[in-house]
Design a protein. Structure first.
Length: 115
């Protein structure tokens, strides 16, 4: 009788541990987010000809405001997830006077919603 209870308990414990998919005995790591949250939908709304206040309203304050290049605003986002690939996004908005003349995007995912 005790052997049967031991076998059933062992079997239930084994089935329960199989559902953990191998991450049961790993160290907990948190997601590390750095920089501006660069949203692809907002980046798609950026247009040549917008003024600095419109860009600041849409994207927020730039992460890098270079004193040597005052007409260039850089928005940088870096995500290190607990498990998975590192995500990096960079958008540079170039101004001439008060108007946007160029928008440089790199490593941007598509703005289309996923289902």
């Amino acid at each position: 009788m005790i052997k049967a209870i031991f076998k059933i308990t062992s079997l239930l414990l084994l089935i329960g541990l199989m559902g953990c998919s191998g991450r049961l005995f790993t160290v907990h790591k948190i997601d590390v987010q750095q920089g501006n949250a660069v949203d692809p939908e907002k980046v798609e709304q950026l247009q040549v000809g917008m003024n600095k206040e419109q860009v600041r309203f849409l994207m927020g304050t730039p992460l890098i405001n270079d004193s040597f290049h005052p007409d260039r605003w850089d928005y940088v986002y870096h995500l290190i997830p607990d498990y998975g690939d590192t995500e990096r996004r960079h958008v540079a908005v170039l101004f001439e006077g008060d108007k946007v003349t160029n928008i440089e995007k790199s490593d941007m995912p598509s703005a289309e919603p996923t289902e």
